[in-house]
Design a protein around this ligand. Structure first.
Ligand code: GTP
Length: 837
């Protein structure tokens, strides 16, 4: 046992040089040391205000936190020490504490010798971060037989203080009650129970040790400290042996739980200078950390941070009061849980107010560029705050609470992470769409390259941005969002490709329309058995080159064969429909009748050399008319159906019913139904009959006109008639020459003619005359047509029943270039007809 003891023989024997002593406020009335000067190097200029930790009614103070703050200790963590004093009443405990630590405990008035300290008082030492407890003296006459409070207070001091100063006079050494041995026995017993569970759990007794520092007062020096110490140790050993120890601790030694130290102090009244000197020396052991005999060794510390001390001490006292077994480690754990929760709560509150600013912009769809850093910084500062205050508490509890706090912080940040991801998804997708569409403008682009490039850009931007907001120590992942983005991008790419394909098909279709327009117009204007051959050759040529153009471009679209087949089928169908629209335009009723009339005129009004016919009475007008009319009528069935003379030139486009892709489009309402066989038929039978009837009427008018022209040529005036006219008009001639009036008129007429000739006005006059004549002719012609349009008795050769059967389709020779009836004439006639309608 002796080896484990930390004794201090030197203190008692060392009669240090006279060192002035601290005057501690006015509290030390007994010392009368108001004249001595402090040499403590104190951090505080004045003694700290004491506080009643446990009052006479055995109530624990609620003000400890504020006092700790006032004493600048609340933030000190483990950087403080706590000691308490035990001893009989009026043995100079308060005096000793005030002298040693510069505290402000009340000291007994020497003249009255009555109890001064009631309950437990606490004060901060003046020169060190040390809390000192002045405990009500034991064995006081005020409490008499009632030892309840002294036991409680001793137990409380034992549980909380690192160092328990046992104050006694030299003459008390060897006594049982006087030396507080009875009290110490009780304390040892309860202490064993107290530490039992702690030992079982931690396996370390050293950690829970307490120092019992015996200060033997009024030492007159006759009995050396060593003897006194041995006496005390012997007594303590006896007490320990007599204890009923709990199971598992039967063989435990007193030194497993306590360290002992001993010192003496001279009589304060009889040897005041010596007393003060030794107090100063003793003080050094309490306040100088680098002192070799520094009292507060780390293993004595209860490991309670200063800010948790009020609660810890409160709980201990509550347990002491309710006589429950004290389990200090449990208390420490409970305290740690409570304090860690408190600290975490404070850190979390500050954290939530900091991160509140993220909510609005993220909900509004914005992307916060520094969100990841900010989230990390706020989370880090919350954890740092927690670590700073909570790490001093029970480590297991601290670590568990830290994990809980981290989870809570992550949960609070998670909505921002997800919100930002959602916004990122939207923005990246929109950028992808815009960029692709921008780059698809114009002609020179490779669709696959554009889409692949932008896709890679979008995905890497998303990956980088989402990585930036992924915090460590979270289970946050972005895999699902990346997959969703990939799908969305592919969806847009597919849509773009479909749009591009459509655009390309429409462009090619326009090209085909342009290329086939002229050959179609030309072929329909010059009908014949090979009319459709010419049109279909042009169409097929255009379609073949269009398909080649599509396939060439489609390569860069990465289109599948199926997509290509659909697009090509659509291209063929649309091109055919465009051709058919052109044909419809060129075979509309009005246009067709002009075409037929033109063909008829070519055959009827012009001879084989293309020279206009002047009908003579002996000409076979009827024969020529019949032939021209029948040949023209024979063209109507040719126009009626698209049918090439060469079957190889036939075109076959799948109808909707044969094309599932188009059928689906029709079902979706994106296109109209298409039936190829019916698209080959231009005229129904009824329309054919209508066209024939109309043409016949027009042809009849030509016939009548031709007939009339022979009548007017027959009615020419014979030459002799002019001789007769001269003979008959001779008298009138003479009358004019002889009459001055008529002659003057004649001269005026001649003069006018001369002026016209000289002024070269003959041209305009002739032009006006011609115009007037033409207008008159047109009006007469119109009147005649209207007249003959009435149902008149027809000549036998013109009646339907007398007409020969229509000749089979025959080749219609191309019109000679010198012939009349150019397209302009046709148009003029068409306009005239429209105006008439
Ligand atoms: N003989 C002697 N008397 C002392 C010594 N120190 C103080 N006293 C006197 O003892 C009396 C009691 O002093 P306190 O310091 O109040 O003693 P206490 O133990 O705190 O008293 P309670 O708080 O009532 O238990 C005072 O009159 C002091 O002057 C000392 O070293 N020796």
């Amino acid at each position: 046992m002796a080896e484990t003891l930390a004794t201090n023989n030197g203190v008692a024997s060392a009669a240090a040089s006279a060192v002035p002593i601290v005057p501690v406020g006015g509290s030390d009335g007994a010392s009368g040391a108001g004249s001595v000067k402090p040499t403590l190097g104190a951090a505080e200029a004045q003694p700290a205000e004491r506080m009643h930790l446990i009052n006479e009614e055995q109530k624990f103070t609620p003000d400890l936190t504020s006092y700790l703050a006032k004493w600048n200790l609340i933030e000190s963590g483990f950087g403080y020490n706590l000691c308490a004093v035990l001893g009989s009443q009026s043995t100079g405990k308060s005096t000793l504490l005030n002298r040693l630590f510069g505290t402000s405990f009340d000291v007994m008035d020497e003249t009255r010798r009555q109890q001064t300290t009631k309950g437990i008082w606490l004060c901060r030492a003046m020169q060190a971060p040390l809390l000192v407890m002045d405990v009500e003296g034991t064995d006081g006459r005020e409490r008499g037989e009632d030892q309840d409070f002294e036991r409680k207070s001793a137990l409380f001091s034992m549980a909380s203080a690192e160092c328990l100063i046992v104050n006694m006079w030299e003459i008390q050494v060897g006594l049982y009650q006087g030396a507080n041995m009875g009290l110490l026995k009780t304390v040892f017993e309860v202490n064993l129970g107290l530490f039992q569970s702690a030992r079982a759990r931690s396996g370390s007794a050293a950690r829970d040790k307490t120092l019992l520092f015996f200060v033997i007062r009024d030492h007159i020096g006759v009995t050396p400290l060593e003897n006194l110490k041995n006496t005390l140790l012997h007594d303590l050993g006896r007490i320990w042996d007599s204890l009923s120890k709990p199971e598992g601790l039967e063989s435990s030694q007193i030194t497993d739980f306590f360290d002992f130290d001993f010192t003496t102090l001279p009589h304060k009244v009889l040897q005041p200078d010596e007393f003060e000197k030794q107090v100063v020396q003793l003080r050094q052991r309490f306040v100088e950390r680098n002192n070799a005999k520094f009292v507060f060794r780390p293993e004595y510390h209860k490991r309670i941070p200063a800010d948790g001390l009020p609660m810890y001490l409160g709980n201990i006292w509550e347990q002491v009061m309710t006589n429950k077994d004290l389990d200090l480690p449990t208390q420490q754990e409970l305290l740690a849980q409570f304090r860690c929760d408190e600290i975490a709560g404070a850190a979390f509150t500050a954290f939530t107010s900091q991160i509140r600013t993220f909510r609005k912009p993220i909900e509004a769809g914005s992307i916060l560029e520094t969100l990841g850093q900010d989230m990390g910084a706020h989370r880090g500062s919350a954890l740092a705050k927690f670590d700073k205050d909570a790490s001093r508490y029970h480590q297991e509890v601290y670590k568990r609470k830290r994990v809980e706090l981290l989870d809570k912080l992550n949960a609070a940040l998670s909505p921002f992470f997800l919100g930002q991801l959602k916004n990122l998804h939207k923005v990246v997708l929109a950028t992808f769409r815009t960029s692709v569409l921008d780059r698809l403008r114009g002609e020179n682009y490779d669709f696959a390259e554009v889409v692949q490039g932008e896709r890679a850009k979008a995905l890497s931007r998303f990956a980088a941005a989402s990585l930036a907001i992924r915090l460590s120590d979270t289970d946050w992942t972005t895999d699902e969002e990346q997959e969703q983005l990939r799908e969305a991008i592919d969806g847009i790419a597919d849509q773009c490709r479909a749009d591009e394909t459509k655009k390309m098909v429409a462009q090619i279709e326009r090209g085909i329309k342009k290329i086939t327009a002229e050959p179609t117009e030309l072929a329909l204007a010059r009908p014949g058995p090979d009319m459709w051959d010419r049109i279909l050759i042009a169409f097929k040529d255009a379609l073949t080159s269009a398909e080649a153009a599509y396939l060439k471009k489609a390569k860069s679209f990465n289109c599948t064969d199926e997509e290509n087949a659909v697009a090509l089928s659509s291209l063929r169908r649309k091109s055919w429909q465009a051709l058919r629209a052109k044909i419809d335009e060129q075979t509309a009723d009005a246009v067709l009748s002009i075409k037929l009339r033109s063909v008829f005129e070519d055959r009827f009004r012009y001879d084989d050399e293309g020279v206009p016919r002047v009908w003579k009475p002996d000409d076979d007008i009827d024969g020529v008319f019949r032939k021209a009319r029948d040949e023209t009528l024979a063209l109507i069935p040719v126009y009626a159906r698209i049918e090439p003379s060469d079957p190889d030139l036939s075109v076959s486009i799948p109808s909707t019913s044969e094309d599932p892709a188009h059928a689906a489009q029709v079902e979706r309402g994106e296109d109209e139904e298409f039936d190829f066989p019916s698209s080959l038929v231009l005229f129904t039978e009824t329309r054919k009959a209508d066209v024939s009837a109309r043409f016949r009427k027009e042809a009849d008018a030509y016939y009548v006109e031709a007939k009339r022209s022979t009548v007017s040529s027959i009615a020419q005036v014979p030459v002799w008639m002019y001789g007769v006219m001269v003979a008959l008009g001779w008298n009138e001639f003479l009358a004019v020459v002889r009459s001055p009036l008529y002659f003057t008129f004649l001269l005026l007429l001649i003069a006018s003619a001369y002026v016209v000739y000289r002024l070269n006005l003959s041209g305009p006059l002739v032009h006006i005359s011609k115009t007037v004549a033409r207008e008159a002719h047109r009006m007469a012609d119109k009147a005649l047509r209207e007249h003959f349009a009435q149902p008149l008795p027809q000549p036998a050769i013109l009646r339907e029943d007398a007409a020969p059967a229509l000749a089979p389709p025959i080749a219609v020779p191309a019109r000679a270039p010198t012939k009349a009836a150019p397209a302009a004439m046709e148009e003029m006639e068409l306009k005239e007809r429209k105006a008439e309608q």
